[in-house]
Design a binder for this molecule. Structure first.
Ligand code: ZN
Length: 358
């Protein structure tokens, strides 16, 4: 005999995606039935945060004075200033002023144009000899907080001499979705700011420990999922063999309920659940069947790649959606494609934003 297997019963295990502190017991309950708690998927134990929390709520502008001397004598006449590009108030875009051709004798005065006191920078660390020897490390930096978006006249002087003057546009932060859900698109964020800069490169490591033979194709699905997410976010994902170098680590565990967990810095897949086997590989809709006693169950569902997409989107700071069309819906997805809330979230946090000036 043949029956249609209730998809919700499986997906309730598939999509529960909590990430609390390491060692926390994940819920085995379908998270479509619960309000996803704010930051529930954030891995507080992750140490590799691209944006330090202490500055996450403020605006930061950094003026970097890169001392590059080509000889042993001070080269004040060769001072060059590279003007920054777009700056955003939520430190997604840092103001970077690079001044080359300075020596230890050069002193700069920075006026960021917002009424704050002038900042004097004494370039004592960078002797001409050191700047010649190691121009990349011969750098002094100054951080500056802008209180409001707007246009500011930045003035840089060396002594009484004007080095440069330019207008700096400081853009407002984008409006992230209000918890629990954005009114228009029903998506949400897990953090106050995206964990990665727009346009940045995110490295990932796949830990095969605990992976059974019938899940051997999982890493291929990670590649496919990240290729898709790269297209929609503008991020670049690079695989690394060095776990210490990874921004996101994929690993296997017996989760005792959910098929996957996603949080900042990590994605965990359940090592025993049917959903993570190669039977459901890929991003296409898959048809599977299996026998339990005298009953043959049949199921048609989006493939395992969408589990990896869902959990990786958590790692990118995106929370659950209330819209069943979305992959970030905390219930069985209906389609093997992104929904409007998924796309709005990725646009708002990443794709629509200018690249940082670094
Ligand atoms: Zn989830």
């Amino acid at each position: 005999m043949s029956k249609k297997y209730p998809a919700a019963a499986l997906w309730s295990r598939f999509v529960t995606s909590r990430m609390t502190t390491v060692g926390a017991t994940p819920s085995s309950r379908a998270d479509r039935d619960e309000q996803p708690p704010r930051r529930s998927c954030q891995d507080k134990a992750a140490s590799r945060n691209r944006i330090p929390r202490k500055v996450a709520a403020s605006m930061l502008a950094v003026a970097t004075l890169a001392a590059v001397a080509t000889g042993t004598a001070p080269a004040a006449s060769a001072i060059e200033v590279q003007e920054p590009g777009v700056v955003r108030v939520d430190q997604q875009q840092n103001l970077v002023v690079r001044i080359a051709g300075v020596s230890s004798q050069d002193k700069f005065t920075l006026d960021f144009g917002d009424g704050s006191d002038w900042v004097r920078v004494f370039n004592t660390k960078c002797s001409p000899a050191k700047a010649t020897r190691s121009p990349n490390s011969c750098t002094v930096a100054h951080a500056h907080d802008y209180a409001k978006p707007g246009e500011y006249q930045v003035v840089i002087r060396s002594g009484k001499k004007m080095v440069n003057e330019f207008t700096q546009v400081v853009a407002p932060a984008p409006q992230f979705g209000k918890e629990p859900h954005d009114q228009e698109h029903s998506w949400s964020t897990m953090t106050e700011a995206a964990p990665y800069f727009p346009c940045s490169t995110v490295t990932w490591f796949f830990n095969e420990a605990g992976q059974s033979a019938d899940r051997a194709g999982t890493k291929d699905d990670v590649f496919a999922a990240l290729e898709l997410l790269s297209e929609y976010t503008g991020l670049t994902f690079v695989n690394t063999d060095d776990p210490q170098d990874a921004d996101i680590t994929y690993s296997w565990e017996q989760l005792g309920g959910p098929a996957g967990l996603g949080g900042r810095g990590r994605v965990i897949l359940d090592s025993t659940i049917r959903w993570t086997t190669d039977q459901l590989a890929g991003l296409d809709v898959q048809e599977i069947s299996w026998r339990e006693g005298s009953t043959t169950w049949r199921l048609s569902t989006p493939g395992r790649g969408w589990l990896i997409v869902h959990e990786t989107m958590h790692a990118l700071g995106i929370g659950h959606s209330a819209d069943p069309r979305d992959i970030m819906y905390a219930g069985p997805p209906q389609h093997a494609e992104f929904g409007p809330g998924d796309i709005a979230a990725m646009n708002t946090l990443y794709k629509s934003l200018p690249c940082p000036v670094i």
